[in-house]
Write a protein that binds this ligand. Structure first.
Ligand code: FES
Length: 92
């Protein structure tokens, strides 16, 4: 069993803290990244941070490369998640 993805490892930032920050300061992805430094190391966490902003979830199953690419392209295009919901959301 895999552990859920819950933080930006490079910057040691928990997604729960990032969500609170983004909500309190009404930040989009770019503002959150600039302000907190999340996603500025290896970048592996970027699709998870984008999903966090879309869904409010803070724990995710590891995304497949295809799902991560889908999240990234959706985030860059500003397109909302489809009706099936976002991939990678960990069960509560
Ligand atoms: S895990 Fe967030 S930048 Fe590397």
């Amino acid at each position: 069993m895999e552990l859920p993805v819950t933080r930006c490892v490079c910057m040691q930032l928990e997604f729960a803290d990032l969500r609170r920050l983004a909500s309190a300061m009404d930040m989009d992805f770019e503002a959150l990244r600039a302000w907190s430094g999340c996603c500025t190391g290896c970048g592996t966490c970027e699709p998870y941070v984008r999903l966090m902003l879309e869904t409010g979830a803070t724990a995710f199953a590891v995304l497949s490369p295809e799902d991560a690419a889908d999240v990234m392209s959706r985030g860059r295009a500003g397109t909302p998640p489809d009706e099936k919901g976002p991939p990678g959301q960990a069960a509560p």
